[in-house]
Design a protein around this ligand. Structure first.
Ligand code: FES
Length: 174
């Protein structure tokens, strides 16, 4: 467990035996909630990496599958509350894509519970911590992903995905 604030800028350090959770968070709500959880010094598993997206509507099924392909053990997609998306229906689109990703995972023999969509407000720091704890609890039951190669390679892949997500955000804001 950690009390450090969450940031995509932190270097990813992990061990072969530790699960890695990747959280795709919408800039307006879930990312702010993750930041708040860090500022509040809430305790939650440290091996989650938060990637900021302009809106969860930007997430494609391929991004989720690519994360698993690169050895990530679980994926969180976290967006604004329903009705609160700044792009109107981005979070609803994201939920459909997460459902589709679950189907693909099942088809390739990975447990659909490794990915989940959540909705929260920017003030929901405690909820963000609960979500990470929930997903970490799922991994206690599911175990590490059979697609994982080694921790270092997974860490590098997360850095790459993080850079792509930040580039997408920069493109949106320019
Ligand atoms: Fe937050 Fe769309 S802006 S989910």
């Amino acid at each position: 467990m950690t009390k450090d604030p969450v940031t995509t800028k932190d270097p990813v350090t992990t061990k072969d035996t530790e699960p890695v959770i990747l959280a795709f968070c919408c800039h307006f709500c879930a990312y702010a909630a993750a930041d708040l959880a860090g500022s509040m010094r809430l305790e939650y598993p440290h091996n989650v990496r938060v990637l900021r997206l302009p809106c969860t509507g930007k997430i494609e099924v391929n991004y989720i599958l690519a994360a698993f392909e690169r050895g990530v053990d679980a994926v969180i997609v976290a967006g604004c509350l329903e009705g609160g998306c700044h792009f109107l229906e981005g979070n609803l689109r994201a939920r459909r894509r997460v459902e589709r990703a679950k189907q693909f995972l099942e088809e390739i023999g990975l447990e659909p519970d490794r990915v989940e969509m959540f909705n929260l407000s920017s003030a929901d720091g405690p909820r963000f911590a609960e979500i990470v704890i929930e997903m970490r609890g799922r991994l206690d039951k599911l175990g590490l992903s059979p697609l994982r190669i080694d921790a270092e390679q997974t860490a590098r892949a997360i850095d790459e995905i993080s850079e792509q997500a930040e580039a997408t955000l920069a493109g949106e804001q320019s």
